[in-house]
Design a protein around this ligand. Structure first.
Ligand code: IPE
Ligand code: IPE
Ligand code: MG
Length: 620
């Protein structure tokens, strides 16, 4: 997102970098319990992963407490997963209980558990969106049941869900502080390779402990190329096959973490963190190579001298880089999000800002607690728009793409986190072949053009692959992959999507998990169900908007939209632009949501609220 934190009211003078000498109180808050919680997180990080701890020390001091909180939370989850003496189902239940408690604590803004307390504070202070961590936490739970990968693609998918969301939180922190770790577009592939290499290095390091736990986190396709290696590993035997396998994987990991151009153009402080991580990984790989047979008995560690060679110059670089950088410090609880500030200059981030509206209109200011997180849109009326003009229906679909771009720009400008667009339903196959082909071709064309690719938009696709042209499925997955590290808007396009189909597929996934003994049907609850949805990290819909003068939901997001505020507008989809999205959000901000509770007697009557001003869009 291109919004900057609100100007600080914290006792830190960013202009003079006074944070560098800031007291723990300034860095971690006034509450002594909170400071103790952060200190515990620091110790936990240091104890659990000295390498990560050393990297956090390269972050600006003001961001370190939040990093400790994140890593301490990751460590707790790791520990819950790695409990060899506890039954897998029980480990999974513990991970889930912790995750559920975190969700509750985030909602109430505090916690009785010190690590969660620090994490809740860090999330509020830096406006972190922790929803992307839910997938990683669900992974941690599934991991408790044991993992197996057929090929590198499967391995990579796991690796991405496991590690990337945590790294993305750190990237969010740097961005909030005004020193984004933004990769140039042409360096995304390097970053992906780097993440793979990091994960592979970790797996090689922990080979002995994982094997003791019954885990072998390597893809079958590689294990099979070294006949006998898997059996030898499982029995803890260092054979020529194992030695050859380890040598190949070490070389592969080294190649992947060695990406000298990855940080080109990045802020030097942020680049230093990533470059040092790569140096530490290479030192770790040296230790793995030197370990030989002992790799199967204990995790190898680089020598103190090797670590010092990396860390001493890195600390000097870090001190210099951050001393030259004025950082932005947010107030403990920012009063509002919304009015877009261009934020870091586009040329610094490698990402483009949305083009302004031709009339120069700007989004209304919406208070943070009245802003929806997730807006879902049924973009209806393309056909009638065309018919009204005597044009063929496909012209209406073509005109509708312009409105799609407008909504994305408007969402970025107002600071919306999730926008989901209904593009083609499982029922739309009932239309004529010509119309279906024109709709799907238009989507393919827009994906290939890549007009959203250099905005801060994470693109996702929800729907069934079958019946869709192969090229389209490929293009949808390609864009998902290309944009997966973006932290601004998550844009989900629903293509060949049906709500009942989604529910049916989820029920099938649950039935399979039950058959495999992973879930107990007697104990199933809504959260179990949600975790088996095709996109478990999609948040509930706050606002469901349908254009085109129809008042129905047409099989759209039945699970997520059960408590959505509904909003129907008469205009046909192609006539809408970003102002209509802002108007929808403004209308939402005036609604009183109860979720089944009683009305709040102290709440002001609806119309007493000052309403943000949005210029109405002209109707055609
Ligand atoms: C919505 O517009 C787009 C799709 C369903 C693909 P329609 O094509 O349904 O437009 P109307 O409802 O016929 O006007
Ligand atoms: C819903 O619109 C589907 C999309 C917008 C993609 P439809 O036009 O297909 O819905 P119905 O037929 O009016 O319910
Ligand atoms: Mg329609």
């Amino acid at each position: 997102m291109r919004t900057k934190p609100q100007p600080t009211s914290a006792p830190l003078d960013t202009a003079t970098h006074a944070w560098r000498g800031a007291t723990p109180r300034a860095l971690m808050g006034e509450d002594p319990d909170l400071r103790a919680a952060y200190r515990l997180c620091r110790r936990t990080t240091q104890h659990h992963d000295p390498g990560i701890y050393a990297l956090v020390q390269l972050m600006p001091a003001i961001l370190r407490p939040a990093c400790w909180a994140l890593w301490a939370a990751a460590s707790v989850l790791d520990d819950l997963v790695d409990q060899p003496d506890v039954e897998p189902a029980q480990r999974a239940a513990r991970v889930e209980a912790w995750t559920r408690a975190l969700k509750h604590d985030l909602a109430v803004g505090t916690s009785t558990d010190p690590i969660r307390y620090a994490l809740v504070d860090a999330a509020g202070r830096w406006r972190l969106d922790l929803s992307s961590l839910q997938g990683a936490m669900a992974r941690a739970r599934d991991e408790a049941h044991g993992l197996r990968f057929t090929d590198w693609a499967e391995w990579r998918a796991w690796c991405n869900e496991e590690l990337v969301p945590w790294v993305d939180q750190v990237r969010q922190l740097l961005e909030r502080a005004g020193a984004p770790m933004t990769l140039r577009l042409d360096r995304q592939a390097d970053y992906e390779q780097f993440i793979d290499g990091t994960q592979l290095t970790d797996i090689l390091t922990d080979l002995s402990t994982d094997l003791a736990d019954g885990l072998l986190l390597l893809p079958q396709e590689t294990l099979e190329r070294f006949p006998g290696a898997e059996a030898d590993l499982v029995q803890g035997r260092w054979s020529p096959a194992v030695a050859a396998l380890v040598a190949e994987l070490t070389t592969l990991a080294r190649r992947r973490v060695t990406r000298p151009a990855m940080t080109r153009g990045m802020h030097p402080g942020a680049a230093n963190v990533l470059d040092t991580a790569a140096d530490l990984m290479r030192a770790q790989l040296d230790a793995i190579e030197a370990a030989g047979p002992t790799l199967l008995t204990r995790p190898p560690r680089p020598s103190v001298a090797a670590r010092t060679r990396v860390l001493v110059p890195a600390r000097l670089r870090s001190a210099l880089a951050w001393s030259l950088t004025p950082l932005t410090v947010p107030a403990p609880r920012p009063p509002a999000v919304g009015v877009s500030d261009p934020g870091p200059a586009a040329e610094d981030t490698g990402l483009r800002l949305p083009p302004p509206h031709p009339d120069g209109v700007r989004p209304p200011r919406i208070a943070a607690d009245q802003m929806p997180s997730h807006v879902a849109v049924i973009m209806d009326g393309n056909g009638r728009w065309a018919e009204q003009r005597g044009l063929p229906r496909h012209e209406g679909h073509h005109a509708g793409t312009g409105a799609v771009y407008e909504m994305v720009y408007g969402a970025l400008e107002i600071g919306l986190r999730h926008l989901t667009l209904y593009t083609f339903s499982t029922e739309n196959w009932k239309r004529g072949t010509e119309e279906i082909t024109s709709i799907l071709r238009a989507v393919q064309h827009e994906l290939d053009e890549g007009a959203l690719r250099d905005l801060d938009v994470r693109q996702r696709w929800s729907g069934r692959p079958d019946k869709l042209p192969e090229d389209l499925v490929h293009a949808l997955r390609r864009e998902e992959h290309r944009t997966r590290t973006r932290t601004g808007l998550t844009l989900t396009v629903c293509i060949n999507y049906g709500g009942r189909d989604e529910i049916t597929r989820t029920a099938a996934a649950l039935a399979k998990a039950a058959l495999e003994g992973e879930v107990d049907p007697h104990l199933l609850d809504e959260e179990d169900f949600a975790r088996h949805l095709p996109h478990p990290d999609m948040p509930d819909v706050d606002l469901l908007w349908r254009t085109g003068n129809e008042q129905r939901t047409s099989n759209f997001l039945p699970w997520h939209a059960t408590y959505a505020e509904l909003y129907f507008t008469p205009g046909y989809w192609p006539d809408n632009d970003r102002r209509d999205l802002w108007q929808a959000i403004t209308e939402y901000s005036r609604r009183r949501r109860r979720h089944g509770g009683a009305p709040d007697p102290l709440a002001s009557p609806e119309n007493d609220r000052p309403s943000p001003q949005v210029q109405p869009a002209p109707r055609h």
